[in-house]
Design a protein. Structure first.
Length: 339
């Protein structure tokens, strides 16, 4: 039996003849088995997988700038820690301290620039924060802590200087640490203040007629390594308060040759020492005076200095500086010497 046997039109209900494709009554198409099959269910098309491009790496958050920021900030932090650790060893040299501060600040600043230019990755953020901390710490250390430390050290140093006695040789005294401000490159106002305090104290001793204590204090300054603070210009007025004498008047004093005294230990042949020039001139002029007394003519080498006397203190002044000797105990100091 065909598929259309005993079938009726779906529209008008008339019986269809076998094999008819259309209704004879109304002309409606007779549905076949293929027409009645259910439509296939559409399947989703999978999205294409991204394929990596050969030779191109995915961008990393932060990039090289962040890494550089971290490295530079770590170097700056390490350098700052080292500077603080060895500060007492080098801050007597303000030039070294200044260069160290500039170098640390430069590393931290470049690290901060790298952080700003980076993509703000984790390394860059750490480096940027650390650079800011280093710059803040360096500023506080250099411009607050160091001046405070210098003020305290200078107060302690002045207490030591004022405690020096005229009758005792300072060769047996315990000297302080190296004077921490030999130049004025970073804290000039502080340096001038320190220098003026020393000069005022030294000049005051001489004006109060304490020349022997003045010599002992000057010797203490020499041993502390700061003879050039109380230089020949600073003590130029001293000779105006003393009486000029002839070198031959000192021929009776044996303190110059007594090797147990500070002046006796000084090298006569050293032209780089004010005491050495003083002893050389003194010896030559005494010899010349003795030869002249014996009718001899002697030519000596002289530095052209002049001798002055104030109490028991003899002062020698030449074109290079000033030297002073306590004739009672051999204490001595020089100022304004060649470097």
């Amino acid at each position: 039996m065909d598929e259309n046997d005993s079938l009726y039109c779906i529209k008008c209900g008339k019986q269809l003849r076998a094999g008819a494709k259309f209704c004879n009554a109304c002309g409606t198409k007779v549905p076949t088995l293929e027409d009645q099959a259910p439509a296939p269910i559409p399947q989703p098309i999978p999205a294409p997988m991204p394929q990596p491009v050969t030779g191109q790496q995915p961008a990393k958050k932060g990039g090289k700038g962040g890494v550089f920021a971290l490295i530079l900030s770590l170097l700056a932090a390490g350098a700052l820690g080292t500077l603080i650790a060895i500060c007492k060893e080098i801050y007597s040299r303000d030039d070294i301290f200044l260069y160290a501060c500039i170098g640390i600040a430069a590393f931290a600043a470049v690290g901060l620039v790298c952080f700003i230019a980076s993509k703000k990755g984790k390394a860059g953020i750490i480096g940027g924060v650390l650079s800011l901390l280093v710059l803040t710490g360096l500023g506080g250390y250099a411009f607050w802590y160091i001046p405070q430390a210098k003020d305290k050290f200078h107060d302690d140093f002045m207490d030591e200087l004022k405690s020096v006695k005229a009758i005792s040789s300072s060769s047996d005294r315990a000297l302080p640490d190296a004077y921490p401000y030999s130049s004025a490159s970073m804290f000039y106002s502080h340096e001038r203040k320190y220098r003026d305090r020393i000069i005022d104290y030294m000049d005051g001793l001489f004006e109060k007629n304490e020349p022997q204590k003045w010599v002992a204090a000057g010797q203490f300054l020499n041993k502390s390594g700061i003879e050039n603070i109380y230089d020949s210009a600073a003590c130029s007025s001293i000779v105006t308060q003393a009486v000029e004498i002839d070198a031959a008047q000192l021929s009776g004093y044996t303190v110059f040759d007594d090797v147990s005294t500070p002046v006796g230990k000084a090298q006569t042949t050293s032209s780089f020492s004010g005491i050495g020039r003083m002893k050389s001139d003194l010896k030559g002029r005494i010899t010349q005076a003795q030869d002249q007394a014996n009718g001899k003519s002697t030519i000596i080498m002289s530095y052209g200095g002049k001798f002055y006397l104030r109490g028991e203190v003899v002062i020698y002044r030449d074109n290079y500086g000033l030297a002073a000797v306590d004739l009672t105990n051999g204490n001595c100091f020089s100022s304004g010497d060649w470097l």
